[in-house]
Design a protein around this ligand. Structure first.
Ligand code: 13P
Ligand code: SF4
Length: 343
């Protein structure tokens, strides 16, 4: 089928379904997919939209943890969540399993039993991991509200097990001036590779997961981009290593990056350190600015959503494309995400 015919067919189905269908897309989706979304947002905005949705069917153009979060928040009779690319995962989410977290949790509580430990899990995690978090009184967070969630628990005198993104939490603690209170839990080492003294001294224990896409940014990338564009400001996503993010004028979620671009004066020059589908779209939508990628990076999983797959989902609704979190996990996982949304 020709692209034009696919595009027309998708729009026909959208018109037929009307308000009963909500198509959500993450900012990292390719532009041809974004064109068919009812709303495009960062993880936090998309979670809120899923929670408020009254649509019968949500079709999620993004990666699996996002669709699972939408299912957790929108569960109800006659409601369901679907993905055009059900195999689109997130390698960072795969770096923390609920079993490994439970074992780490038990160890932290045994080594420092008087500490008030709480888990915080980045939404880039499986439903099992969110359920682990909810069961232990913790909250999820996104790159957009991570600092608020961390500050909330620190203000209560809690000590935090943060998973899976070491860079997001290190960036948050750096901004709070507390980077030296972070201990890194190495998931493949016995007892996280930490001594008891290191655990007792830590305010935040960071799981050693990362986004393989953003974690690849280096100081050399910054030096090269700054040399090519000496007047430019650098905006970067907090999944970038803290040593790199510390060189940026602005560190923020995809939404925060977009807001910084929107506020920029005409003629301003910006270097943007995040996924290239978004950077390219920002450059095209803002011809009055000079926008350059820090270094073009693409998330292969985000790129799995194709027009053909979207149309097939909307017309055939294949069972394999439905995303349904195991019933036994929903309440605990929901508790962690709702605690986040309430903050
Ligand atoms: P946002 O929270 O900025 O949407 O980022 C999600 C993500 O997966 C970034 O890699
Ligand atoms: Fe996961 Fe990184 Fe892709 Fe985001 S960009 S979905 S964190 S792999």
């Amino acid at each position: 089928m020709e692209t034009e015919a696919i595009v027309e067919a998708i729009e026909r189905v959208r018109a037929e379904w009307g308000q009963r269908l909500l198509i959500l897309g993450h900012h990292y989706q390719p532009s041809e997919i974004v064109a068919h979304c009812d709303a495009v947002g960062d993880s936090l905005e998309l979670s809120r939209l899923a929670a408020q949705s009254t649509a019968e069917r949500i079709v999620f153009c993004g990666v699996r943890f996002m669709a699972e979060t939408a299912d957790i928040l929108s569960r109800g009779p006659g409601r369901s969540v679907w993905m055009p690319a059900p195999k689109a995962g997130c390698p960072m989410a795969d770096m923390a399993t609920a079993d490994a977290l439970e074992a780490a949790w038990a160890h932290l509580c045994a080594v420092a039993p008087k500490a008030k430990w709480v888990p915080i899990v980045y939404v880039n995690s499986s439903a099992e991991v969110k359920a682990f978090c909810g069961r232990h009184g913790g909250a999820a967070c996104t790159s957009g509200n991570g600092r608020r969630v961390v500050e909330h628990f620190l203000a209560q005198g809690k000590r935090i097990l943060f998973a899976p993104d070491q860079h997001l939490c290190t960036n948050i603690m750096r901004v709070l001036g507390r980077a030296d209170e972070v201990a890194l839990w190495r998931r493949n080492a016995e007892d996280g590779g930490l001594t008891d003294a290191q655990i007792r001294a830590a305010t935040l224990v960071a799981w050693d997961g990362c986004c393989p896409i953003h974690a690849g940014y280096t100081l050399q990338d910054v030096a090269t981009a700054r040399a090519a564009h000496p007047q430019a400001e650098l905006l970067i996503h907090p999944e970038a290593p803290s040593i790199v993010a510390a060189r940026a004028e602005h560190v923020g979620s995809t939404k925060a990056i977009i807001e910084s671009v929107t506020r920029a004066e005409p003629g301003a020059e910006l270097i943007v350190g995040t996924e290239d589908h978004l950077v390219e779209r920002l450059a095209a939508a803002n011809p009055h600015l000079r926008i350059h990628p820090l270094r073009p990076i693409l998330c292969a999983d985000m790129g799995r959503t194709t027009l053909e797959a979207l149309l097939r989902t909307l017309t055939e609704w294949p069972e394999a494309n439905q995303v349904r979190v195991d019933d036994v996990l929903v309440d605990d996982a929901k508790a962690s995400v709702e605690r986040m949304l309430a903050l």
